[in-house]
Design a protein around this ligand. Structure first.
Ligand SMILES: [Zn+2]
Length: 251
């Protein structure tokens, strides 16, 4: 089960180690009027209830007009380790592409969905959040920027763990252009809060990811065979900064 990490004065992470050994986490961003959860982890648990308890414990459960703060959910992408807790919310933000491709409509038929697009803004009260599309890890992959605090939430596309780049939901041909887009946005963020591996990364982690990804794509890294989900054989590229699972046609 998750343990709680206070990341800064108004941001928290719920973190756990998955059965395969990888660390996964999702984030809670508190504003003056509303609270936003970014991704919802790999367990079918009441994430909204957990966040509500956290806000109460921290004395932050009321908005400035004395009402119970609304708790929103925004997904970076549709993979199960970022969406299992979605069912505890009445609606959630995600790109339309991942909502369809990753089967969230069938998985959470009772929840509404808000299609996140390039520039979609979520105002929390003196804390402004914005979506940027960044296909690669999935077709509908997005990063979420805390404009006020200058923090980038890249989901899986910048991390020091092992990134899944194989399978039908992946879009490896667009990964490079999306990493270049994040590099072009560097004046907008001063740190990166990542869902896997190390929690806090500097902005140049994007350059490092691009550098090793190019090496993988150019055949400069020799893969080893690995097994994921117990039975699926894939190529594992160990690149130092992070690793990638790719299938042969993507390598
Ligand atoms: Zn993930």
């Amino acid at each position: 089960m998750y343990h709680l990490i206070r990341v800064d004065s108004h941001t928290w992470a719920f973190e756990d180690r998955m059965p395969d050994g990888d660390i996964v986490r999702f984030f809670v961003l508190d504003g003056k009027q509303k609270c936003l959860v970014i991704d919802s982890g790999y367990l079918l648990v009441d994430v909204k209830g957990m966040v509500s308890d956290l806000l109460k414990k921290e004395g932050r459960d009321l908005s400035s007009d004395g009402k119970t703060k609304e708790i929103l959910l925004a997904n970076t992408h549709g993979d199960y380790d970022h969406t299992c807790g979605n069912g505890s919310f009445s609606s959630f933000y995600i790109t339309g592409t991942d909502y369809v491709n990753c089967g969230l409509e069938k998985q959470f038929p009772d929840a509404g969905y808000i299609a996140a697009e390039e520039g979609t803004q979520i105002e929390l009260g003196e804390r402004t959040i914005r979506y940027y599309l960044a296909p690669g890890h999935t077709y509908g992959n997005a990063v979420i920027l805390d404009e006020t605090d200058k923090i980038l939430f890249p989901g899986d596309m910048v991390q020091t763990g092992t990134m899944f780049m194989f399978g039908e939901h992946r879009c490896p041909d667009r990964m490079e252009e999306s990493l270049l887009k994040l590099i072009g946005m560097k004046d907008l963020y001063e740190k990166i809060y990542s869902c896997h591996g190390k929690l806090i990364l500097p902005p140049d982690a994007v350059d490092q990811t691009l550098s090793v990804w190019r090496k993988v794509r150019q055949g400069q890294v020799k893969p080893e065979r690995a097994t994921v989900f117990g039975t699926v054989e894939v190529d594992l590229y160990r690149c130092g900064f992070c690793n990638f699972y790719c299938d042969i046609k993507n390598s």
